[in-house]
Design a protein around this ligand. Structure first.
Ligand code: ATP
Ligand code: MG
Ligand code: MG
Ligand code: MG
Length: 338
């Protein structure tokens, strides 16, 4: 009998379109002799669409769902595995994972704890600090603090130093992230980030422009690390347009770094994956300051972009695992006894 897979895609976050791109690639790649895949689209307002409407939107990029769907969590019954191929809040942050756990479904990727702790950039830093993983200096700012005591927030930012990065704590794809070069750029950056999240992280810039290394982790309690990849692009940081405009960034696999740096990246990523109780997969991002040899773990993505040309599948391809093999392995890991 074929393995019946429910592929959840879309979702309520600013990364809705990214999820649809990933879902189209997975649908095209899953070996149809082994799997019977049913895609199910969650629209921008959180409604679960029917199969017909899902197919219509997936087949025509740029198409929006018609109103009229509903919250239909019972849809998960009757499948062997659910793949929540969702990014960002209400998808990658433990909420959908909590719902799936309650239904008893086997699902791809991290559980509630690993998803929630990895999604929140501040919580990630706190957990990884206790695991001895090097990270950049940061401050947590709440929306309440920014509203009620902006002078104190400005002083905290000043103490951290400029330039700095201002990020919503629970997002991805660089949505809502700004680089504030000086105090005059702080207020607009904070307003933008707080329009998307209640918690915002201020991060010290590691260097004028650090090198960016990424590594893929695959497995449950005995995870393995892929080769290390590097992203190169024009401009001061890897923003949304650079990420999703064809030709704006290039991937280099393996990353041209000294072997001891690659080894350290893989070792730190495995340590982080375990400390955060991740499962299945994660793509872990690093900053490397070549001049000083410093390496910092930036963040952990528990459901990374998953198109055939995304970094995570490309890293595993370099390790000898094709895209269809990788997808098959993730579905097996979801069903594995732990
Ligand atoms: P993803 O799409 O990988 O989930 P994200 O939205 O979670 O991204 P980050 O990876 O934290 O965001 O940051 C996005 C980009 O901003 C980084 O790839 C990097 O270019 C830049 N950046 C973020 N923080 C820093 C920092 N502390 N120092 C230098 N550059 C930074
Ligand atoms: Mg991220
Ligand atoms: Mg992400
Ligand atoms: Mg990132």
């Amino acid at each position: 009998r074929k393995t019946r897979v429910l592929l959840l895609c879309g979702g309520q976050s600013g990364e809705h379109d990214v999820s649809l791109m990933s879902a189209r690639s997975v649908l095209a790649a899953l070996p149809s002799g082994t799997f019977e895949v049913t895609p199910l689209l969650i629209d921008r307002s959180g409604r679960w669409l029917g199969r017909g409407e899902t197919a219509r939107v997936l087949e025509r990029p740029g198409e929006e769902a018609a109103p009229g769907g509903e919250l239909r969590p019972y849809e998960v019954a009757g499948f062997d595995v659910v793949w929540p191929l969702l990014h960002g809040p209400h998808g990658e942050d433990g909420t959908v994972q909590g719902f799936l756990t309650l239904t008893g479904a086997a699902y791809v990727g991290s559980g509630v704890l690993g998803s929630a702790a990895s999604m929140d950039k501040v919580m990630t830093k706190q957990v990884l600090a206790s695991a001895g993983v090097p990270q950049v200096d940061y401050r947590l700012i709440t929306r309440h603090a920014w509203k009620n005591d902006p002078a104190r927030v400005e002083a905290q930012a000043q103490a951290l130093g400029y330039p700095q990065f201002v990020k919503p704590a629970n997002l991805g794809s660089s949505v809502g992230i700004s680089r504030a070069a000086h105090p005059g750029e702080l207020a607009a950056a904070l307003d933008l980030a707080f329009s998307l999240d209640r918690r915002v992280i201020l991060e010290a810039a590691t260097a004028f422009k650090p090198r960016e290394l990424e590594v893929g982790i695959l497995g449950n309690d005995a995870p393995t690390a892929s080769p290390v990849g590097e992203l190169r692009f024009e401009g001061l940081f890897y923003d949304y347009d650079t990420k999703y405009t064809e030709g704006r960034a290039t991937m280099h696999i393996p990353a041209p770094v000294p072997p001891e740096v690659a080894l350290q990246v893989r070792e730190l990523a495995l340590r982080a994956f375990k400390a955060l109780d991740c499962a299945g997969l994660a793509r872990i991002d690093f900053f490397y300051v070549e001049e000083t040899g410093e390496l910092y773990l930036n963040e952990v993505n528990t459901m990374p972009g998953f198109t055939a040309t995304s970094m995570y599948p490309k890293l595993w391809e370099a390790a000898g695992l094709s895209y269809p093999e990788l997808v098959t392995r993730l579905i097996e890991l979801a069903q594995e006894e732990r």
